[in-house]
Write a protein that binds this ligand. Structure first.
Ligand code: IPD
Ligand code: CA
Ligand code: CA
Length: 273
């Protein structure tokens, strides 16, 4: 099966509409949504499930036979529906990336939607409703923010550059040495949404972002954006993350670097030295 650019364009338009609908709903619910604890370690809100349903229902109107992998399933598990037809296409969805922010009324959260063909992300949409920022990418074409081309930068680490870090370091023996180096040599940032960190690498605002425990739906849309913007997404050893066997994917975590091409080798070395 070959996917043509016009098929990808329809997928992109579908993802954009779904993200806007979910974003609108999330903004309506942010001040009264019910919050609970999931898997003993994470917050989840009613809005997460509402937004996920809105997204999947919208995509199914256009693609009733495609598969879905999304964050919010039953009892803290993932939501997974294999494709019904012969097309090896899954949609990877994070209905609210930044739930912890969202649950506390912090407006930094995103909706992240990717289309995946044979285990590779081919369409990516990351939408930040609070700033009306729609990041979009279709494999083989340019990465865009609100319809305008974006590109990763080319700065290496330096005192005026920023690197996005998340909040999940294993600090049993103190902060890892490479984290201290990054804190010393750059202005580190944590927006509380991995998808937004990746989008900001694609836009050249962050030189890199390093994530410790993301799942498929945190990185899939960002992978297309990063690649199209000239950045590199890899594991911590510098190896490829995609393609993945989605038939067997059940929510495993990855260790991911997304960085501009200049700084990527520097960061791989720093983490592994
Ligand atoms: C979280 C955010 C956060 C990252 C967490 C993720 P969620 O996603 O991306 O930045 O540090 O690991 O779980 O739970 O808000 O979708
Ligand atoms: Ca997430
Ligand atoms: Ca989420």
């Amino acid at each position: 099966m070959v996917l043509e650019q016009r098929n990808l364009r329809v997928m992109l338009e579908t993802a954009i509409v779904a993200a806007r609908l979910a974003g609108q709903r999330a903004m309506e619910e942010i001040n009264y949504t019910k919050v609970s604890v999931k898997n003993a370690t994470e917050l989840v809100t009613q809005a997460d499930a509402h937004c996920q349903k809105i997204i999947i229902d919208r995509i199914k109107e256009t693609y009733p036979d495609h598969g879905f992998i999304a964050e919010e399933g039953n009892q803290g598990g993932i939501f997974k529906q294999p494709p019904r037809g012969a097309e090896p296409i899954f949609w990877a969805i994070d209905p609210i990336d930044g739930t912890n922010n969202f649950a506390h009324g912090i407006l930094h959260f995103t909706i992240s939607i990717a289309t995946m063909f044979k285990g590779e992300p081919i369409v990516g949409v990351i939408f930040e409703p609070a700033t009306d920022s729609m990041f979009t990418a279709v494999k083989g074409s340019e990465a865009q923010l609100n319809g305008r081309r974006i590109e990763a930068g080319n700065d290496k680490m330096g005192q005026f550059t920023s690197i996005g870090l998340d909040s999940h370091f294993d600090c049993e023996n103190g902060l890892p040495k490479w984290v201290c180096e990054i804190i010393k040599r750059t202005r580190h940032r944590n927006f509380g949404t991995t998808a937004l960190h990746i989008a900001y690498v694609a836009k050249g605002s962050l030189i890199a972002t390093i994530v410790t425990t993301p799942k498929l739906w945190d990185i899939a849309a960002g992978a297309v954006l990063a690649e199209n913007a000239g950045a590199i997404m890899s594991d911590w050893q510098g190896g490829k993350i995609f393609p993945l066997d989605l038939d067997s994917y059940e929510g495993r975590t990855f260790k991911v670097i997304t960085a501009n091409k200049e700084v990527h080798p520097q960061i791989v070395k720093l983490i592994n030295d």
